[in-house]
Design a protein around this ligand. Structure first.
Ligand SMILES: Cc1cc2nc3c(=O)[nH]c(=O)nc-3n(C[C@H](O)[C@H](O)[C@H](O)COP(=O)(O)OP(=O)(O)OC[C@H]3O[C@@H](n4cnc5c(N)ncnc54)[C@H](O)[C@@H]3O)c2cc1C
Length: 398
């Protein structure tokens, strides 16, 4: 009976299977016919052409995770994971362009925003008119995000509460093109714990906020990342995410908890793409008078990659379903992010090996060299592998 109940519940997670299948087929078509053919241009110009961004807006890619009442698609965690696995088969820049709106740039607002804040921002984030970003990391606060030094000093002006924000954020995805910054700052200077941190919604035209020059990254060309400078930025009580002081870190953790499942799914797409590229290559490339697909040591690398991709997919989709059922998936989300990002790194390394010199030289081997560099970031951001291992160990030792 209990098993039956779970099965019934599970079939309800993907709200409309046909709609979901159609969406995935349409994303696949976008990836194959628009995104992958534009990869070289994206790398050369370090930007996704605006015409393609418009297609992404029109296709609703910016609103996947935003509730339907605010103009988004209201995808379940599982549906979003499946969509992310598809779109991330093109170069990372494509999914990163819309990904802050369907992830860290909107999730805090969805989880903890006031009705007014949601009404003001979510429809524009869902349509892609506005690009969001999440500004947590700082030069001296990376893995230890609670050590952030950005200050929001409370001032009373003619009886009205105002906050003056000063600080520097680092490595902020989409900051150079963002219209809305979710900024984390310490509102209680006497409380150096997470409880002294508050999240603010700051529009880009607010005096005193600016994005620095783009970081020169190892990979992910076309996905702009930079520092964010906050100099005497004045915020009001209306800009406090959720309206309550001291809740910022809990909002960030809620957003990141879901994002870890998203990111794990986004690690699976590139691994599938690289394995597909490798499968095509091994049938064409001949050495010692036969296709290298016939060599068992090459076959082992292909099979190991396939096994790990399937394992990651099963893990991520099961965790997504558990989240949709309302279960606490904090440990599982860390496991997903750790396993899928490390898996993707291993697949990338094997695929370069399978391509030989062509895997190292972009002009000979095509996208493999780029993809290898692109996926290296996955093991670093949104919690490094070491931080996730520590989290997992801490929670299972409890
Ligand atoms: C391209 C890019 C985009 C990013 N986008 C965003 C964004 O949009 N918003 C945002 O807020 N941040 C963003 N980040 C920041 C990212 O989340 C941090 O880089 C990450 O959390 C690691 O922090 P750090 O780089 O300061 O490394 P550090 O914290 O300095 O870590 C360095 C090394 O020490 C290890 N280490 C640290 N503490 C421990 C410990 N306690 N035990 C064991 N090992 C430890 C780490 O695992 C790592 O190997 C981005 C980063 C990059 C590079």
């Amino acid at each position: 009976m209990a098993v039956r109940a779970i099965l019934v519940e599970r079939t309800n997670v993907i709200t409309d299977n046909k709609e979901n299948q159609n969406r995935l087929a349409a994303i696949r078509e976008f990836v194959q016919t628009i995104a992958i053919p534009a990869e070289e241009e994206v790398v050369a110009k370090n930007r996704i052409p605006e015409t393609i961004v418009d297609v992404m807006r029109g296709n609703g890619y910016f609103g996947w995770s935003i509730p339907k009442e605010y103009g988004g698609s209201g995808l379940s965690t599982e549906e979003l994971a499946l969509a992310n696995i598809e779109i991330s088969q093109a170069a990372t820049a494509f999914r990163a362009r819309a990904g802050t709106n369907t992830g860290i740039g909107s999730e805090g607002l969805i989880q903890d925003g006031t009705r007014e804040q949601k009404d003001r921002w979510l429809p524009k984030l869902a349509s892609g008119e506005v690009t969001g970003c999440l500004a947590l990391t700082e030069p001296e606060a990376g893995s230890d995000a609670t050590a952030l030094q950005t200050r929001a000093q409370l001032k009373l002006e003619e009886g009205e509460k105002k906050f003056v924000i000063d600080g520097t954020k680092r490595y902020i995805t989409n900051a150079p093109i963002a219209d809305l910054f979710t900024v984390f700052a310490r509102t209680n200077p006497d409380d150096l714990s997470y409880k002294g941190i508050t999240a603010f919604l700051i529009p880009k035209d607010r005096p005193g906020i600016s994005a620095g020059p783009e970081h020169r990254k190892m990979g992910q060309a076309g996905s702009p990342v930079s520092e964010v400078y906050l100099h005497n930025v004045v915020a009001t009580q209306d800009d406090v995410l959720g309206g309550e002081l001291g809740k910022g870190f809990s909002t960030a953790m809620k957003a990141l908890n879901k994002q870890r499942i998203n990111l794990a799914a986004l690690c699976i797409g590139p691994a599938i793409r690289m394995l597909d590229e490798a499968l095509a290559h091994v049938k064409k490339r001949e050495q010692f008078g036969k296709p290298i697909a016939e060599f068992q040591l090459v076959q082992a690398m292909l099979a190991e990659s396939k096994v790990e991709i399937e394992a990651a997919k099963a893990l991520v989709l099961e965790t997504a379903r558990a989240r949709d059922r309302g279960e606490d998936i904090t440990t599982q989300a860390s496991i997903c992010k750790y396993y899928a990002s490390e898996m993707c790194g291993r697949v990338a390394d094997r695929v370069v090996q399978i391509f030989g010199g062509a895997g190292y030289c972009a002009d000979i081997g095509g996208p493999i060299e780029m993809l290898y560099r692109d996926v290296r970031l996955f093991r670093l951001y949104e919690g490094t592998s070491q931080i996730h291992l520590l989290n997992i160990a801490k929670r299972i030792l409890k």
